[in-house]
Write a protein that binds this ligand. Structure first.
Ligand SMILES: NC(=O)c1ccc[n+]([C@@H]2O[C@H](COP(=O)([O-])OP(=O)(O)OC[C@H]3O[C@@H](n4cnc5c(N)ncnc54)[C@H](O)[C@@H]3O)[C@@H](O)[C@H]2O)c1
Length: 305
């Protein structure tokens, strides 16, 4: 079960997989390394999918990787993509509802159009994925005699704490906690699990592409190094660069989140259902950092003499 056959023969989709450096793209790579048969990488723009296909091919993965244009808040488009995948492959096994964006507006500057778009993409979009993806997971064929599947939605540390985002983003991501627990209950007689991963601060393209993504488009011609650099101002503002010796101030890599997505999508997590897993290196647990405790020294090694 562990290793390159973790997702052997499985077919599904990953949304928000279109940037050259992001959680969705890393998720596709991890799932391909785990032996998935076909992965549909969906986004508002698919121009980076060819480099993703090449990367996976170079790594020796046999997975079919297809790029598809999808606005996750659009019902017709969502139905069309899950129907297409299920018709072609005779199965639909996993759905990684990961698309999102984040703009930091204060309340004065937050208009209803901003609120509606965030909730539409990051909550309605996940609902649509669960509603229609679950129907596709119930389709059986010679290749898939038993119905079932797994959903992994991408929440956020902003669903756990109030100071990590603007207000509509927190609303959208917090709503996913209910979506995950309620979804797991409503799919409990269908052999379908629903879980989520809530990343903490993670290096990705999000701060670069969010302005366009909020308007339903994504045009990004920056390379990976530029994207990583574009995130540093925000990490500085968030205080992560001040005490880098603390584990909770780590700058997480998208592949670390993808590892959790793989775990939750696979049978390794068969006893986990209806949970939103916080993946923030302990940032939320540390809350005020060392403000109360004073500087936290490393533990002295055990005296072996
Ligand atoms: N990077 C972080 O620090 C962080 C922290 C917490 C949560 N998240 C969440 O992780 C997820 C992935 O983001 P990322 O950090 O990898 O950034 P990213 O920008 O690399 O990926 C997000 C992708 O979602 C796409 N997208 C936005 N709206 C869409 C829509 N309507 N339909 C289809 N695709 C759409 C964007 O075009 C982009 O490609 C998001 O849901 C985000 O909210 C990220």
């Amino acid at each position: 079960m562990l290793g390159p056959d973790l997702l052997e023969g499985k077919v599904g989709l990953v949304t928000g997989a279109g940037t050259p450096y992001g959680i969705g793209r890393e998720c596709v790579k991890k799932f391909a390394a785990a032996g998935a048969k076909a992965i549909y990488a969906c986004d508002l723009n698919t121009s980076s999918i060819s480099s993703l296909q090449e990367e996976c091919k170079r790594a020796g993965y046999a997975t079919i990787i297809e790029g598809r244009l999808l606005d996750v808040s659009n019902e017709e488009q969502t139905v069309a993509i899950v129907r297409e995948i299920t018709k072609i492959h005779g199965r639909f096994d996993f759905c990684i509802a990961n698309a999102g964006f984040a703009n930091y507006r204060n309340l004065n500057d937050t208009e209803m159009v901003h609120y509606d778009r965030q909730v539409n993409v990051m909550t309605r979009g996940v609902f649509l994925a669960i509603k229609y993806g679950s129907q596709a997971m119930m389709v059986t064929s010679d290749l898939k005699p038993q119905p079932g599947g797994t959903f992994v939605v991408t929440g956020s540390c902003a669903g756990f704490s109030g100071a990590y985002s603007d207000l509509p983003y927190a609303v959208a991501k917090t709503a996913l906690h209910g979506m995950v627990s309620s979804g797991s209950a409503h799919l409990s007689s269908s052999n379908i699990r629903v879980n989520g991963v809530a990343p903490g601060f993670t290096k990705s393209s999000i701060l670069t592409v969010s302005k366009d993504a909020e308007n339903g488009e994504y045009k990004n011609d920056l390379d990976e190094d530029q994207l990583k650099e574009n995130h540093m101002w925000f990490f500085e503002r968030a205080g992560l660069l001040k005490s880098p010796e603390y584990f909770y101030n780590r700058l997480q890599d998208p592949s670390e989140i993808a590892s959790v997505q793989l775990f939750l999508a696979s049978d390794l997590s068969s006893c986990i259902n209806g949970q939103m897993i916080l993946a923030d290196s302990g940032k939320t647990a540390a809350a005020t950092g060392d403000a109360c405790t004073g500087p936290i020294p490393p533990i002295k090694p055990l005296d072996l003499s």
